[in-house]
Design a binder for this molecule. Structure first.
Ligand code: HEM
Length: 394
């Protein structure tokens, strides 16, 4: 496969089924390949360097204004424009400081008991839904757990879990490289619904504060007294919901797939880290150059789009010897699955904690778990994972 074919393959819907042959073909052509005015990066060092480079911009409102005439009509896009993920320094720096000031290690640690209880509940569900000993572990564990934990974190009643799930799914469809008009319309409707939901919740929490992240973010302020604007508050709450849901589902399902196909977990922390590397739940992200620059020796003009294949960087043989082998004992394992630099995933400690609790609990409860039948891929590339994963748990 040549580089052009590899890029086309990766940009085609369904690429999420198995992107690794196309990544390998692209990497063989070089760590950075330009095509059609955009640049595609597969090398670990190059992806890491771009993510840490402060001259690189994320897709913010100024870029959207340049590139997309009528984006302001689409709530699915508008909602996130004021969030951390779509904001650049210096504004990003202050917003991120406010958010990390309330989404602290202590708050995550306090969720441990909630996660343990939700895992046990999900395992009971798994056992109850066995048919001839077989159950879909995505449906009964990898899917409900992250959304349940985010509900607990935000302070959303568990009874609204299904509503949140529906809205998050509609919103994440437009994170893919290509999406349909119908998906854009569904994302717009979902964003409107979510905005109304959070607006009502913020008003309630302002009257009656609780120990949850909605209350804390609404009250968060800098030393100089500055707070998040109404749009930033809504955008960041919506971001926390979508950023923490399908991503963590994919991490759990990828880990369970390894366990169900005979992989042995010796050390849960290392196993989770290697799962993150081996099958990155987020396979790609993007940056735009604000100045003429050079990445891995390739000149890139100002105003160019750069597609960073995190999933390819994690399989770069120059960084990870024998990269296609799952090996939890890899020394210096530092995958780029949570990104790097200023936008490094704010929820990484929470995602790791969920997997470090859920995977060992699953093995303890069902030590003879085995893959049973063909799993089905979600086929999406940006957020890649399993749609169904039938496992026998007798
Ligand atoms: C396995 C699970 C997860 C993966 C693989 C993941 C991956 C990522 C990646 C790659 C980025 C950086 C994107 C970029 O630089 O363009 C990111 C950012 C972010 N993630 Fe996660 N994430 C996960 C779970 C979570 C969870 C559980 C939360 C919160 C509940 C969360 C919240 C965020 C936020 C708020 C950002 C934006 C940070 C910023 O722009 O400053 N993520 N995540």
């Amino acid at each position: 496969m040549d580089a052009a074919t590899a890029i086309n393959t990766l940009l085609t819907p369904g690429a999420g089924r198995d992107p690794y042959p196309a990544y390998a073909a692209l990497r063989a052509a070089g760590p950075v390949i330009g095509q059609g005015g955009a640049f595609f990066v597969t090398g670990y060092a190059a992806v890491d360097a771009v993510l840490r480079d402060s001259t690189m911009r994320v897709y913010d409102s100024a870029l959207l204004d340049e590139q997309w005439d009528d984006w302001r009509g689409n709530k699915g896009v508008e909602l996130f424009v004021d969030s951390m993920l779509r904001t650049n320094a210096p504004h990003h720096t202050s917003m991120r400081r406010l958010a990390s000031g309330v989404f602290t290690a202590r708050r995550v640690a306090r969720l441990r008991e909630v996660i343990e209880a939700q895992v046990e509940e999900a395992l009971d569900e798994l056992a109850a839904h066995r048919e001839d000993g077989v159950v879909d572990v995505v449906r009964h564990l990898a899917y409900p757990l992250p959304i349940g934990v985010i509900c607990a974190l935000l302070g959303v009643p568990v009874s609204d879990r299904n509503l949140f799930r529906r809205l998050a799914e509609a919103l994440t469809a437009v994170l893919e490289v290509r999406f349909t008009e119908a998906q854009a319309v569904a994302a717009h409707e979902a964003a409107k619904e979510l905005e109304d939901y959070f607006s009502a919740m913020i008003a309630l929490r302002r009257q009656e504060p609780r120990d949850d992240l909605v209350t804390a973010l609404a009250a968060a302020h800098d030393a100089d007294g500055s707070t998040l604007s109404a749009g930033e508050l809504l955008g960041n709450l919506a971001l926390l919901l979508v950023a923490g849901f399908e991503t963590t589902t994919n991490l759990l399902a990828n880990g369970i797939h390894e366990l169900a196909t005979g992989r042995v977990m010796k050390n849960p922390d290392k196993f989770v880290e290697e799962s993150l590397r081996y099958d990155s739940p987020v396979q790609l992200t993007e940056r735009f150059t604000s100045v003429d620059t050079t990445v891995a020796g390739v000149g890139i003009p100002a105003g160019s789009e750069i597609v960073l294949f995190l999933g390819a960087a994690n399989r770069d043989p120059d960084r990870f010897p024998d990269p296609d082998r799952f090996d939890e004992d890899r020394p210096g394992n530092a995958p780029l699955s949570f990104g790097a630099g200023a936008h490094y995933c704010l929820g990484a400690p929470l995602a790791r904690l969920e997997a470090q609790i859920a995977l060992p609990a699953l093995v303890r409860r069902f030590p003879r778990m085995e893959a049973a039948g063909e799993p089905r891929s979600r086929e999406r590339l940006t957020l890649r994972g399993w749609a169904t994963l039938p496992v026998s748990v007798d």
